[in-house]
Write a protein that binds this ligand. Structure first.
Ligand SMILES: [Mg+2]
Length: 266
């Protein structure tokens, strides 16, 4: 991982789209600081396409798409994207699965939930589970004391044994049925709404993240950036980001925004 300060000016100038994880990338210890939110707003105002790509639930994403200074949001690790059209006052939603599949998947996830909670002491159903439509989130670090890594691995293996995908964020293990992730839905969104094919996307997108559920994005985008706290997860990553910010969490995101804005002369 090369220091972010060494990102070539030419590369910074080619960025049109800022995709970013939220937890511990834009937020800092669970808080959305004015500095990080201001960075999102400045990027948006300067004309960058700004899209959070998060594991957070549909309920939150409705709010984010509607109220934050962003162009769209990908939620529940790629289960859907939401985009609020401010002129037509409509919320555009695209899900990976059809409603019938979502219903079937929920029953299978309910069984996984029972097994995880019965088998791994100390974990809990994530507090935001009630607002989720496609996945199951198990808290190992947000509202419960942090679990050791081996217990996190046990949670992952219960999902995988059931035939589900599981990804570890900085706070939750998220699991789902369906062949999608943050990357596949981000690609769909960029093509559907912003008319960017994959070649164009690779040249114009920057992605910022902090943990293993960001790995598909780090692998796919040549301009991928980890905020400094990614060091804690580096040993779990097969695909590390190309660059690493000096700042932690929201400070690291603001560092990236400042660099992009300066490169554009904004
Ligand atoms: Mg994160």
């Amino acid at each position: 991982m090369t220091p972010l300060s060494q990102l070539p000016l030419e590369a910074a100038r080619s960025v049109r789209v800022v995709l970013t994880d939220i937890d511990d990338t834009v937020t800092t210890e669970g808080i959305l600081t004015a500095k990080a939110y201001g960075a999102l707003e400045q990027l948006h105002r300067a004309g960058f396409i700004v899209i959070p790509v998060t594991g957070r639930p549909a309920g939150w994403c409705d709010h984010i798409a509607r109220m934050w200074p962003v162009d769209a949001v990908v939620g529940e690790n790629g289960a859907f994207y939401f985009r609020y059209d401010r002129e037509r006052k409509t919320m555009e939603q695209r899900f990976w699965a059809i409603p019938e599949e979502l219903k079937q998947n929920r029953m299978r996830l309910d069984a996984v939930e029972r097994e995880v909670l019965a088998t791994v002491p100390g974990c809990a159903l994530a507090s935001d589970q009630a607002y989720r439509l496609a996945d199951l989130a198990i808290d190992f670090c947000e509202d419960v004391p942090a679990l050791p890594e081996a217990e996190v691995d046990r949670i992952v293996s219960i999902f995988e044994k059931a035939g589900a995908q599981a990804k570890v964020s900085s706070i939750h293990v998220n699991g789902w049925f369906g062949d999608y992730n943050k990357l596949s839905m981000a690609k769909t969104l960029l093509a559907d709404v912003f008319g960017l094919d994959w070649e164009q996307a690779r040249k114009t997108v920057v992605y910022a993240g902090d943990s293993p559920n960001d790995e598909p994005m780090f692998e796919a985008f040549p301009m991928s950036i980890g905020v400094a706290n990614i060091q804690a997860f580096a040993h779990r990553l097969k695909h590390k980001p190309a660059y690493i910010a000096n700042g932690h969490s929201g400070d690291g995101f603001a560092e990236l925004a400042g660099l992009l804005l300066r490169a554009r002369g904004a």
